[in-house]
Design a protein around this ligand. Structure first.
Ligand code: AKG
Ligand code: FE2
Length: 291
């Protein structure tokens, strides 16, 4: 068995690490069933918090009926408590705390969405860092990356998933001129493997890929291959407002609904209170990236 410190070492060095077994065997069917119901509602139009096909980043709109993501899967209106139960579970939170170097009472609830395959046609995201604009110069990039230690993102696959590409180590380094030239337009690549240093990440059902969301990454979505991947983030309150733009741009007003808080356990309530404090302190929210 790989030790927690070995996972942390890989995560720090490569900017990502894949950990098996964080969705217990008896939880996998329950999460998959909840995911299938949420996907169906999204495709039928009865769940409107979604990532619209054709739009890479927030804000998402109604410009296409097809979707590549289900947003806010812990929302009480979705009525799927399995998602929040797993998000706040002992085993999963322990793994996050180990990678994030955060104390439990500093843990901040953030995003929990699901990434799904589109059905009408294939789609792709351009090479990007989630919270650094493609126009950032070398110094600006270095500065942004050096401050991005207070949160973690993950893809937990409910079906085998090979959609994500990334450049290992690029969470800590500004882009080379060639990497910059391949990540400076709004267009997704014709072949993600053309990016110097790129790898394709394969996440098996039940595995979780944790990554620094400012690692250089992109994704390609096939309409023919089923995807339902839990896509979330958690933060550490020591980051202050550093994550506010990246997180709040997705629209977290629904988290103030008392029905949501009332259904959480003590840890969940503490995590929620932490993010609501950040939200209350944040002014007007901007978007991290251009569509
Ligand atoms: O589809 C993925 O795995 C990556 C999604 C992504 O990069 C994003 O939402 O910014
Ligand atoms: Fe991204």
């Amino acid at each position: 068995m790989v030790s927690a410190s070995a996972y942390k070492e890989t995560y720090d060095k490569q900017g990502y690490v894949i950990i098996p077994g964080l969705i217990p065997d008896d939880t996998l069917p329950e999460l998959t069933a909840a995911a299938e119901r949420a996907v169906e509602r999204t495709r039928l139009g009865s769940w409107q918090h979604r990532r619209t096909l054709g739009r890479q980043f927030p804000p998402f709109d109604e410009s296409d009926p097809d979707s590549w993501g289900v947003q806010h899967i812990m929302h009480p209106d979705l009525g799927e408590p399995a998602f929040v139960k797993w998000y706040t579970s002992d085993m999963f939170v322990k793994a996050v705390l180990g990678l994030l170097c955060c104390k439990e009472d500093e843990l901040q609830m953030e995003l929990f969405n699901m990434l799904i395959n589109p059905t009408s046609h294939d789609f792709a995201l351009r090479w990007h860092r989630d919270d650094v604009k493609e126009t950032a110069g070398e110094e600006e990039e270095r500065d942004a990356l050096s401050k991005w230690h207070f949160g973690i993102q993950w893809n937990a696959a409910l079906f085998d998933d090979s959609c994500l590409y990334l450049v290992p180590g690029s969470h800590a380094l500004p882009r080379t001129p060639e990497q910059r030239s391949q990540s400076s337009t709004m267009d997704p690549p014709t072949d993600p493997m053309d990016m110097p240093g790129a790898i394709q990440v394969t996440i098996k059902r039940g595995e979780t890929a944790f990554y620094n969301s400012n690692i250089l990454h992109c994704a390609a979505y096939s309409s023919r291959s089923e995807r339902a991947t839990l896509h979330g983030t958690m933060g550490c309150t020591r980051g202050g407002s550093s994550r506010a733009r990246n997180i709040l741009q997705h629209g977290l007003d629904w988290m103030t609904d008392p029905r949501f808080r009332d259904a959480l356990d003590a840890r969940g309530k503490m995590m929620l209170d932490n993010v609501l404090r950040m939200k209350a302190a944040a002014g007007k929210v901007e978007y991290s990236l251009e569509n």
